[in-house]
Design a protein around this ligand. Structure first.
Ligand code: ATP
Length: 512
């Protein structure tokens, strides 16, 4: 099946099974804003818990905070967001559609990558086991031609971005003959800068009102609280502050479902270090964060690093962790070495000293910062894409199963009476009543057992437990495993042990 179709199926699966709904659905939605349904919120909370515990529980030098969305407007002046949080945008005059100029060029680069990968895949098939991929990549004429073209474009693009040269970005789009996907024409406007921050008024009178911003990142809430936490928690450098919260960006092109939203959630951790040690810590956090992703078991090939061509105004090193979505490798997390830019700016704009006195060095300095910043919603999408599976079964039927890592699954077990009478529902309820303190359980008595299994497969429930007449005599139930569909007869009192071994967060955290 084409990857585009797979993605469409995942989007409709999300709606059909209560994971994600368009916001304001009965009013035909609101662009790039989404709501999480009954299963979505559980999965999302589990992702957040996995992240939070991996930071705060596993590191005794990382603590959490929860700062407000509204902050003093000068913060955004100090951070550079008022002046520089811009995207270069370009309009197509025929379709009247607006695009990010950098994204159009990145898509062109991805097309070139695709061509190279197709050549490699074709050759791998032709040569079979004797295929030497590295040699092929470095000698094949067609691959070399594509690679050279790609490299030239890449360099030109990186330079234009670094110089903030909007005319050159437009010229690249013209020279590469990039067309608007809607109108198919090359009738492009100039490239302009567009600030992504939402703002609103705070205060009751119009002349006394203050313009405040909806935060475009959670990080600044950490920076302005850094000294409060350091002092009250008696934190010693190196230490980190973690936060999960909403962020808002007036994205120009909102496409690809929950990949690019106007209201989204971030999980950010700022790690404060001694000046000069930041690149070592950057390397370490890059590795730790990739391990966190890989522990989910979706396969190492699903991830890659992407080092930034254009460093943000505050960074001296930056990389993305990209995940292979059905629409290509895409950023899920950013890891940035932000120098002491933010703290120094806040010192300058607030007029207050926020230096750290290092007792070991016997000197004061403004700490350097390594940031790990991951979007909850993008992570959610990557988990959905990696878990969605359509399987042909031996009996000729097919099933859709979400092979979610068990600790992330919204429902951990479904308890089903074989029939709706003879005391079986009561027994099923009794089992739930003992297990509900540990696991999210669901009671299901409607339809045939086969249909009930399919429903649970579709939302990724790792275990189904069936109560039958025999259960009333021997206190044993049939437990069915989602991925293998195998069934086993086990005593009710064993259920808790069997299930908790796989579904507890500890099993994931231990792999990091
Ligand atoms: P992009 O280049 O895709 O716009 P970014 O580099 O601006 O992303 P960061 O500012 O580094 O993103 O934000 C950190 C993380 O927040 C991203 O890796 C992503 O997971 C998430 N994120 C950023 N913008 C959005 C958005 N509009 N919708 C959902 N998640 C987002």
């Amino acid at each position: 099946m084409a990857q585009e179709d797979v993605f469409k199926k995942i989007v409709s699966h999300c709606k059909e099974y209560g994971f994600v709904f368009p916001s304001s659905d009965i009013y035909d939605g609101l662009g790039a804003v989404y709501d999480y349904g009954q299963n979505g919120v559980e999965l999302k909370n589990n992702i957040k818990r996995y992240w939070w515990e991996s930071m705060v529980l596993l590191h005794d030098n990382i603590v959490g905070i929860d700062s407000a969305i509204f902050m003093h407007p000068t913060i955004w002046k100090a951070s550079g967001h008022v002046d520089a949080f811009n995207d270069p945008l370009i309009d197509n005059r025929d379709s009247k559609k607006r695009y990010r100029a950098d994204v159009l060029i990145e898509e062109q680069l991805a097309k070139m990558d695709d061509k190279i990968e197709k050549e490699v895949a074709k050759a791998a098939k032709r040569f079979g086991e004797s295929f030497d991929e590295a040699q092929f990549r470095s000698t094949n004429e067609r691959v070399l031609e594509h690679s050279n073209k790609r490299e030239a474009l890449h360099q030109r693009f990186a330079k234009a971005l670094n110089d903030s040269n909007l005319e050159e970005l437009r010229q690249i789009i013209i020279d590469e003959e990039i067309v608007c996907p809607i109108s198919g024409t090359k009738n492009w406007t100039e490239v302009r800068q567009f600030n992504l921050m939402f703002n609103t008024d705070m205060g009751s009178t119009s002349d006394g009102a203050m313009k405040v911003y909806l935060r475009p990142e959670t990080a600044q809430g950490i920076f302005v609280n850094y000294l409060n936490v350091q002092k009250t928690g008696r934190m010693k450098i190196p230490f980190g502050i973690a936060q999960i919260g909403k962020a808002f960006r007036n994205e120009i092109v909102a496409r690809q479902f929950i990949f690019r939203m106007r209201e989204f959630e971030q999980m950010e951790m700022q790690f404060f270090v001694r000046p000069g040690e930041e690149l070592e810590w950057f390397k370490q956090w890059k590795e730790t964060r990739l391990k966190w992703h890989k522990a989910l078991g979706f396969g190492d090939k699903s991830y890659r690093y992407h080092d930034h061509d254009k460093l943000a105004h505050y960074a001296n090193a930056a990389t993305d962790i990209e995940f292979l979505m059905p629409f290509g490798y895409k950023e899920v997390e950013g890891i940035h070495s932000r120098t002491n830019f933010d703290l120094s700016q806040h010192e300058k704009y607030s007029g207050k000293s926020i230096k750290y006195f290092d007792p070991e060095l016997n000197e004061s300095y403004t700490p350097y910062v390594i940031e790990t910043s991951i979007g909850v919603d993008r992570m959610f999408l990557s988990v959905m894409c990696a878990s969605y599976c359509e399987e042909q079964l031996e009996n000729g039927e097919s099933r859709v199963v979400l092979k979610l890592p068990a600790p992330l699954a919204p429902i951990k077990l479904a308890v089903m009476p074989l029939i709706k009478k003879d005391g079986l529902p009561e027994k099923a309820r009794e089992i739930i009543d003992t297990l509900k303190f540990e696991f999210t359980c669901q009671y299901d008595e409607k339809d045939s057992i086969g249909k009930r299994y399919r429903r649970q497969d579709a939302i990724g429930t790792p275990y189904c437990v069936t109560v039958d007449h025999q259960t009333l005599e021997d206190d044993c139930v049939t437990i069915r495993f989602r991925d293998t569909m195998e069934q086993e007869r086990v005593p009710v009192k064993e259920l808790s042990n069997i299930i908790s071994e796989k579904v507890c967060m500890k099993s994931l955290l231990k792999k990091i």
